[in-house]
Design a protein around this ligand. Structure first.
Ligand code: OGA
Ligand code: MN
Length: 286
């Protein structure tokens, strides 16, 4: 059946640009068709939507309960001044951390289902967002690697990933909990994940993953790095060069993402609405 919107796949194993649709005004059949399209492509890009905050939240809620409604991903303070990168406050350090490939909330007991993400202010240099297809990455592994990782798991921790870039957050600051630093317990997740809706296998890796039980720390780090280096390669990559008003929704259950560096003397203001993972399929092991 013809879809009630236009779908233009991007030049990658996943991802599509969707036009001819108003996200603020979707009837039920259109939303169902869009949901199917999302499961297929994992990343949908909607240019020029200019959603209001309540519209972005309402759109995200169609995909399920939210982990949080509206988080600014931004180097601009509430008073409008820019955070100086050389001061390196917790927010700047998280923005820097976002440049590493990751999936969201994998260090929490339940990882996120996905995110609706939109651009309000974009810098002229850098500040793109990249995604990498962990379904296609898993499929492309050789049989020996598939066998080696089949029953492996890794711990996930934000303290670990931020520590690797030299960020030791200040406990008790306003930003501390807001940025996700609450839990002290690392959580264990399998390296190979099965998507609850499509049944497809994907690699669950990224910067928060560390210390595979049963491997030495060095072997573990090497394997995790090799998997990221292999997985995050064309044709499994897409980077979006934002325009103000663009909206995307990604499937955090089978993609990694990253920010690219940008000129932090310019403002960048993005809005993140995080869709909560289903505890049945997105809970950590144990
Ligand atoms: C995020 C994230 C990347 C970006 O919001 O979770 O990783 O491009 N953002 O800002
Ligand atoms: Mn992220």
């Amino acid at each position: 059946m013809a879809k009630p919107f236009d779908v233009q796949p991007v030049d990658a194993s996943f991802g599509a640009v969707v036009t001819g649709i108003r996200l603020a005004d979707l009837d039920e059949p259109t939303w169902r068709s869009l949901h199917d399209t999302w499961l297929q492509y994992a990343l949908l890009i909607f240019p020029g939507q200019f959603l209001k905050k309540d519209e972005q939240i309402a759109f995200a809620k169609r995909f399920g309960p939210l982990e949080f409604e509206m988080g600014a991903v931004s180097n601009v303070r509430e008073d409008g001044t820019l955070r100086a990168p050389e001061e390196g406050d917790d927010v700047v350090q998280i923005l820097k951390g976002n440049e590493g490939w990751h999936a969201d909330s994998t260090f929490k007991p339940i990882q996120a289902k996905g995110a609706v993400f939109s651009a309000e202010v974009v810098p002229t240099i850098g500040g793109h967002t990249g995604w990498a297809d962990m379904r296609a990455a898993y499929d492309a592994l050789d049989a020996a690697t598939k066998q080696r990782i089949a029953n492996l798991a890794a711990y996930h921790s934000l303290h670990y990933s931020q520590g690797r870039i030299g960020h030791v957050p200040q406990k008790g600051t306003d930003d501390y909990r807001r940025l996700g630093f609450e839990g002290d317990e690392d959580v264990l997740r399998p390296l190979v994940k099965i998507h609850p809706d499509t049944g497809r296998k994907s690699l669950l890796i990224g910067r928060h993953a560390h210390d595979i039980p049963g491997l030495s720390p060095a072997d573990s780090q090497q394997l995790l790095q090799e998997l990221i280096d292999f997985a995050c390669q064309p044709p499994r990559l897409y980077h979006h060069d934002w325009r103000v008003g663009d909206v995307v929704i990604w499937d955090n259950r089978c993609l990694l993402h990253q920010a690219t560096p940008f000129d932090m003397t310019q403002p960048r203001v993005m809005w993140h609405t995080r869709i909560a993972g289903d505890p049945v399929s997105e809970a950590a092991l144990g």
